[in-house]
Design a protein around this ligand. Structure first.
Ligand code: PLP
Length: 448
């Protein structure tokens, strides 16, 4: 009747898994926004650490984790894999449901798995300050935590709607020593222009990225960091799937379904990618990606080149996109409101290797509450999508299936969202096709 599968610290993975060499079709290259030609590594150097650019394009399957990174990982890793027996009983499931609990990190989510190495490499290259955007606030918290570990300065642009929904994120980020601005802010040209156009603008991840990139590009001592989407972020997150694989092996389990929520694709990618060689080798493992119906990039977005941000400062990436100008509805899963997705996840989606499903926010809060009442922990609203999806899968899967989902973060700083849910103030949003068509009109047309 064991429910917690703990990996000893001596078994902490010592290398990350890079899926690039194993993708069934090569990844479409990122393009320079000015020339529309494949990007050179040098073009990224003004705002990214060289080591991270190398990882972004690395052909190596395994990349050693530096000892100072392992040292900080040991504050919370390996994380437990837990059998959700009470949840199973509550839904009358004939499947075994496990969750990999990433909420035990200091910042409360999977995000430190990449903020720690990103800060480490930047520090090693002499960078003094890091800028970034944050949606739900989890990534900004994770970056400020990692900066505090390596004694670096940190500036966070937080999407205004989330900033207002979650005032304690600011306090936590400030306590770690980071500074934080609601985006659009008056700190950058991009922010000022948006505020002049719409003083009540609630912001979007695409806009906050523009502000953080502009900040890094206009300050010589500052680099930019991204908490999702990019190849090196998914690489760092692979530690989640690698541990999960070992933990399942310890109890003689083999996963039939691996489930994760998708904002930019980093927690989902981190869980599923280490299982890709097994799936391509013929094992019947279904990768299930859960997203909001209000921001349905994988299920309804177009697979084409688009910018990663609203101000068109980032490289063009081939991904499922709702258009870089897309302004998502103010749903409470702030971390799932991004217009695009990780190119690696989109590549697998295009190959038919990902089963993407979209859910309404209210059903995800219901699933999150059921999890709380059965397993006891309060999930982040983003994680509620993974729980909803795991329940959905477990109800329809063949009896005896093994379903593993990624518990990406806790919701202890999302109580305002739960309050709105309990008061019956949440609305379900489903994106009208005309909004998608409209936003896609602004996407560049690239022959590929
Ligand atoms: C708790 C949590 N889960 C999931 C996500 C989605 O991000 P990603 O798709 O990169 O894992 C976020 C993003 O902020 C988050 O905070």
């Amino acid at each position: 009747m064991e429910t917690r599968i703990n990996l000893p610290q001596s078994e902490l993975p010592k290398a990350w898994y890079n899926a690039l060499p194993d993708l069934p079709t090569p990844l479409a290259p990122p393009l320079d926004p000015a020339t529309k030609q494949p990007l050179t590594p040098e073009a990224l150097e003004p705002i990214f650490a060289k080591a991270l650019i190398e990882q972004e394009m690395s052909p190596e399957r395994w990349i050693p984790i530096p000892e100072p990174v392992l040292d900080v990982y040991r504050l919370y890793r390996p994380t437990p894999l837990v059998r959700a027996r009470r949840l199973e009983a509550a839904i009358g499931s004939k499947c075994r449901i496990y969750y990999k609990n990433e909420s035990v990190s200091p910042a409360g989510s999977h995000k430190p798995n990449t903020s720690i190495p990103q800060v480490y490499y930047n520090k090693r290259e002499g960078v003094k300050r890091l800028s970034t955007e944050t949606g739900a606030g989890q990534w900004g918290t994770a970056l400020s935590f990692a900066c505090s570990q390596f004694d670096m300065a940190c500036t966070v642009y937080m999407v205004k709607v989330s900033f207002e929904q979650k005032p304690y994120r600011k306090v936590l980020i400030n306590t770690y020593g980071g500074e934080i601005f609601a985006s659009p802010s008056s700190q950058t040209n991009t922010g000022r222009a948006m505020l002049a156009k719409d003083p009540n603008c609630k912001g979007s991840l695409g806009l906050a990225i523009s502000e953080a990139v502009e900040d890094a590009a206009t300050h010589a001592d500052t680099n930019y960091t991204l908490g999702s989407v990019l190849n090196h972020v998914l690489l760092h997150q692979s530690i989640v799937g690698l541990e999960t694989e070992q933990q399942l092996k310890m109890i003689g389990e083999k996963p039939d379904y691996l489930v994760g929520c998708v904002g930019g694709g980093s927690n989902f990618g981190g869980l599923v990618l280490p299982f890709l060689p097994r799936k391509l080798g013929g094992e019947d493992i279904t990768f299930v990606a859960a997203e909001p119906k209000a921001c349905p990039t994988l299920t309804r977005g177009a697979y084409r080149y688009d910018y990663g941000d609203m101000a068109r400062l980032t490289p063009l990436m081939k991904m499922h996109t709702l258009g870089h100008a897309f302004m998502p509805a103010p749903i409470h899963a702030g971390g799932l409101r991004y217009h695009g997705d990780a190119p690696i996840v989109c590549n697998l989606m295009a190959e038919g290797l990902v089963d993407a499903r979209a859910y309404y926010q209210k059903e995800c809060f219901e699933a999150a509450q059921l999890f709380l009442k059965t397993e006891g922990f309060l999930p982040a609203p983003e994680t509620g999508h993974a729980i909803m999806s795991a329940i959905d899968v477990a109800k329809t899967a063949k009896p005896g299936s093994c379903v593993v989902f990624l518990y990406s973060g806790h919701g202890l700083l999302d109580l305002g969202s739960y309050d709105a849910y309990l008061r019956g103030e949440l609305t379900n949003f489903e994106l009208p096709q005309s909004d998608i068509d409209q936003a896609l009109c602004d996407c560049p047309v690239i022959e590929s």
